[in-house]
Design a binder for this molecule. Structure first.
Ligand code: PHE
Length: 468
């Protein structure tokens, strides 16, 4: 084994929880969640998503944290020390590869967000009143911007540079310190926006769309029963994939953050807090956006463009819109940075742990590689738009594959590892994990053995078999 440098650790439990919550809360919550909810029928989708979080998200998060904390290693090294000589380390390898891919396209969207922070400050994205063309004009502006190779690649670079700067400074001095400053700001801004959105005239329709499921009657043979309207099989896969994406699961991000915990750190409380915060923020983000969209009489299913087409039009047509626009894009930028650094840290920890490189050398190298992999995604909205693989643009393909297949598969495997592969150590980890006498650890182990992997497998197989 290579000579070991002293492993870095979090400064406090609070710092760890903020950093892990920062990883979880990201573009997934603020950009993706409201629009996929809009596309997949609103409240019914929210219900399925919440089920996925409880049945699958919580056990997998605890599994990742437990494996990381026990092994005190990066995702590949962790399986190597816990189960030497077995192929389990490949789960870690898959996670690290997913890290490269996810950050490469995540950074493209995050780059647009950074640009929109500046654009909103200069008023460039709040002039789209109905008279000036509204959402259509905002869309044209965005498309022109995203199609410009210099801008999209340049902002992608800048976002990675910000993440690299923080990760370069280490776990405690970089990631934890940044999270401690940024996360409270994020929460404060979000609350301001929710209050603002809910007090707009006409907001109630948005709240209803978002929180009250529509029920329809479905008949199977002679039986008919009530069911969620608009909820399809693909919506279930998307809800599952999103649960993984949003909680930063399935690629070793939580495992890596868990590996900076002291060996005796508690896991149940942290897991529940992180998952709860992530879910509350996703719901609040929807409450900040959808009522405003309805209040302005716009459609909620604006797709990925919701943030860049619909919202600028919303901000343009209200008093004080510039201020809210700036606040909003700053909020999203913070969320993106605290997630981006966690993905970069996975890859960084891998290079440090397995190749024995120093942090100062790893960070520029991996950030550089991710920058290059991201270029085709950055060009997917302009120069390379015509390039289609399986009918999707490069960017969409990366997003679809990683969120809907690699993360769930990674999560499935880690649940199987804890449930069946890890052996007596898993039972020991479970025994520790009771929370004020409530046997969270035992329930966790049981779920990792049964419901969690089965649920993930059924959803993935159903999708591959083309059901739904
Ligand atoms: N959870 C982040 C978000 O919601 C994205 C992410 C995925 C971060 C995987 C780390 C690992 O935006």
């Amino acid at each position: 084994m290579k000579p070991k440098r002293l492993r870095e650790h979090w400064g406090s439990r609070f710092g760890f929880i903020l950093a892990a919550t920062g990883s979880a809360i990201g573009l997934g919550n603020i950009w993706k969640f409201p629009y996929i909810t809009g596309e997949h029928g609103g409240a019914a989708f929210v219900v399925v998503y919440l089920l996925c979080i409880i049945v699958i998200g919580l056990p997998v998060m605890m599994a990742e944290l437990a494996v990381g904390r026990t092994a005190q290693r990066n995702p590949v090294g962790a399986y190597r020390v816990l189960r030497p000589g077995t192929p389990w380390f490949l789960v870690g390898v898959m996670g690290v590869l997913a890290g490269f891919v996810i950050l490469s396209y995540y950074s493209v969207v995050a780059g647009w967000i950074l640009a929109y922070v500046f654009k909103s400050i200069s008023g460039a994205v709040t002039g789209f009143t109905a008279a000036a063309g509204g959402a259509e004009a905002a869309k044209a502006h965005f498309q022109g911007f995203a199609a410009h190779p210099g801008w999209s690649v340049g902002w992608h670079f800048l976002f990675l540079a910000v993440c690299a700067f923080i990760v370069y400074r280490g776990v405690k001095g970089g990631i934890e310190a940044a999270s401690k400053i940024l996360m409270p700001i994020l929460l404060a801004i979000l609350l301001v926006l929710v209050v603002w959105s809910l007090t707009l005239p006409g907001a109630a329709a948005g709240v209803k769309f978002y929180l009250v499921p529509k029920i329809t009657t479905v008949s199977v043979g002679p039986l008919s029963f009530p069911f969620f309207k608009g909820l399809t099989g693909s919506a279930v896969l998307i809800a599952l994939g999103h649960a993984f994406f949003s909680l930063s699961l399935g690629m070793g991000a939580m495992l890596t953050y868990g590996s900076y915990l002291k060996k005796d750190a508690d896991l149940s409380f942290s897991t529940m807090t992180i998952a709860l915060m992530d879910t509350v923020i996703a719901l609040l983000a929807g409450l900040a956006l959808l009522p405003a969209v309805f209040a302005m009489g716009l459609a909620p299913d604006g797709g990925p463009g919701l943030l860049f087409h619909t919202l600028p039009a919303v901000f343009s047509s209200m008093p004080g819109g510039v201020v809210f626009a700036v606040l909003f894009f700053v909020l999203v930028a913070i969320a993106a940075v605290t997630s981006g650094i966690s993905i970069l840290e996975v890859v960084t920890a891998f290079f440090m742990g397995e190749l024995g490189w120093r942090r100062s050398r790893v960070v520029p190298v991996v950030a550089g590689i991710i920058f290059l992999i991201g270029i085709p995604s950055a060009l997917s909205f302009g120069a390379w738009e015509g390039l289609r693989l399986f009918g999707l643009s490069f960017f969409d393909l990366m997003d679809y594959l990683s969120a809907n297949f690699f993360l769930p598969l990674g999560g499935l495997l880690i649940a199987l590892f804890v449930g069946w592969g890890w052996g007596p150590k898993a039972i020991a980890a479970a025994a520790e994990g009771s929370y004020h006498g409530f046997p969270t650890g035992k329930i966790w182990l049981w779920m990792c053995r049964t419901i969690t992997p089965i649920a993930v497998a059924v959803i993935i197989i159903a999708k591959l078999a083309g059901i739904g």
